[in-house]
Design a protein around this ligand. Structure first.
Ligand SMILES: Nc1ncnc2c1ncn2[C@@H]1O[C@H](COP(=O)(O)OP(=O)(O)OP(=O)(O)O)[C@@H](O)[C@H]1O
Ligand SMILES: [Mg+2]
Length: 277
């Protein structure tokens, strides 16, 4: 049984706006899945179904095999945490600390655990110094960090991040990426994220779905997806820089072991240069 699944999921916002058209999506436990696609493809609409912020017009969403419905949504929300694309949709408490504590408080955790989780999440996202500030006066990137901290403090089974890197400075993106990479192995957490920053995809994802006009037009491993030129053109994507370098290395007879990252690619380039010298 998969931790999260949609079957023939359709969603219409009203007459004529068919935002999702028969989406079949599977997230195995402890996987990291990227959902890609152009503006208006339906990514945020899909994500809002994962914890019952929206319900299907037809088809279904299943958490551990059980339908996400008005009857189950309260329980599902304890396990599936969403970071919205726009942090203003998420942040509403008088202080940052209270905002990050909101989820853990709702889970009914004891005061000590809440404090520990909140401190950890604030420190991880580098926003401890903002703890007593009112969130609505923060910068865009600061708000985004607070929104992510609030969901991480809930320690959900499934972490859904809609454009997690938008608004973050480059080092903030790196810190977040390094942290997200540890979660599936450490806690068996499943991560689903959308992004327009394709360079994040090989860093994080082990599987990719591509949406266009509400339909899945491609799915596969990172390498499978980014070698399909027609698919990339249709979905307004481009090849991530890391994959491009790997392709060039391959053309020079250098094969990288699976699971390579930026460091392995850099090492392979240096070795190749040394060999040619
Ligand atoms: N509340 C709404 N009411 C009516 N139409 C909506 C609403 N929200 C989204 N839509 C429409 O549904 C479609 C899918 O939107 P969605 O926000 O899911 O796209 P997206 O893939 O997340 O895009 P982006 O990359 O810009 O975030 C779009 O055509 C959008 O205009
Ligand atoms: Mg969106």
């Amino acid at each position: 049984m998969h931790i999260l699944e949609t079957r023939d999921l359709c969603h219409s916002y009203g007459e004529g706006i068919h935002a999702l058209r028969g989406v079949n999506f599977i997230a195995p436990r402890a996987s990291t899945i990227a959902v890609l696609g152009p503006n208006g493809a339906g990514k945020s609409t899909l994500f809002r179904h994962f914890n019952g912020l929206l319900f299907p017009t037809s088809g279904g969403v299943f958490y551990r095999g059980e339908a996400v419905s008005r009857a189950t949504v309260r329980e599902v929300r304890k396990q599936v945490g969403i970071v919205f694309q726009n942090p203003d949709d998420q942040i509403f408490s008088p202080t940052v600390r209270e905002d990050v504590a909101f989820g853990p408080v709702n889970l009914g955790l004891d005061a000590e655990t809440i404090e520990h989780r909140v401190d950890e999440a604030l420190s991880l996202l580098g926003v401890e110094h903002l703890a007593d500030r009112p969130p609505h006066h923060l910068s865009g990137g600061e708000k985004k960090r607070v929104a992510i901290a609030g969901v991480i403090a809930m320690e959900p089974q499934v972490l859904v991040l809609d454009e997690p890197s938008s608004g973050l400075d480059p080092q903030g993106v790196d810190t977040l990426t390094a942290f997200l990479r540890t979660l599936p192995r450490r806690f068996g957490m499943t991560i689903i994220f959308s992004t327009h920053h394709v360079d994040l995809v090989p860093e994080l994802a082990d599987y990719v779905y591509v949406l266009d006009r509400g339909a899945v037009i491609g799915k596969g491993s990172v390498e499978e997806i980014f070698c399909e030129d027609d698919l990339l053109r249709r979905a307004r994507l481009r090849e991530p820089l890391l994959l491009r370098l790997v392709r060039i290395l391959r053309e020079h007879g250098v094969e990288l072991a699976s699971g390579y990252g930026q460091q392995e690619v850099e090492d392979a380039i240096v070795n190749l240069i040394r060999e040619k010298e």
